[in-house]
Design a binder for this molecule. Structure first.
Ligand code: VGL
Ligand code: ZN
Length: 208
């Protein structure tokens, strides 16, 4: 058994003060730092959009964040501009320990399709390379935490299961966008139903 920790999108724009702030998003940072002690292999994902990304409401005149359009043949929630490549909002939170992160996998780079999962875009057209990398490293079990529970954490965990990894989500290290009240709780139930192992606390993992 080889384990990997996947830190999902712990970036300034998803932290209070950022353009797509997740309530209490900053609280995942100390959990992420603490739990890293239990892992030899740690990777991170980074939402990394061009300014003309199709998920930005600003690129659809007359549309507002929260509205749903069609993009790449799929329903697409429109978001405020966020995680624009090379912007401060796209940087990882300054308190996040990156010293032991072996690789960063960027997603959402194609303007024509969004990518919530750290493994594939929403149409499963293109891989980010994360699944292949984990396989090469002999990884069989993944542990996921970060932002946001109801989007990128959820879709990353569902893809991890599909790829055959035993998949844990450390829910103490996640927070949801909650565009609609209850989204986070529904995401947890959806993950559980697909075989994701939901772990409330990171403490069991911390073998200091
Ligand atoms: C995310 C919405 C848009 C996330 C990324 O990281 O959960 N959510 N882009
Ligand atoms: Zn995004």
């Amino acid at each position: 058994m080889t384990e990997a920790l996947i830190l999902v999108d712990i970036q300034n724009d998803f932290i209070p003060g950022g353009s797509l702030a997740v309530a209490h998003g900053d609280e995942v940072v100390p959990v992420a730092n603490r739990v890293q002690k239990s892992f030899e292999l740690i990777v991170a994902t980074q939402d990394w959009h061009p300014q003309d990304h199709g998920s930005f409401a600003s690129n659809h005149p007359g549309r507002k964040p929260g509205e749903v359009i069609e993009l790449a043949g799929m329903p697409q929630v429109l978001w405020p501009d966020h995680c624009v490549q090379h912007s401060r909002g796209a940087e990882f939170h300054s308190g996040l320990d990156l010293s032991r992160v072996a690789g960063v996998f960027r997603k959402g780079v194609d303007p024509d399709i969004d990518s919530y999962s750290g493994f594939y875009d929403n149409g499963h057209r293109r891989s980010t390379g994360l699944g292949e990398y984990l396989r090469e490293q002999g990884v069989t079990h993944v542990y996921i935490l970060g932002l946001a529970t109801d989007y990128c954490v959820k879709f990353s965990a569902l893809d991890a299961v599909k790829l055959g990894f035993t998949t844990h989500v450390i829910i103490e290290g996640c927070r949801g966008v909650e565009l609609h009240p209850g989204d986070t709780e529904r995401a947890i139930e959806e993950m559980r139903a697909e075989g994701v192992l939901i772990q409330r606390s990171a403490d069991a993992l911390v073998r200091t």
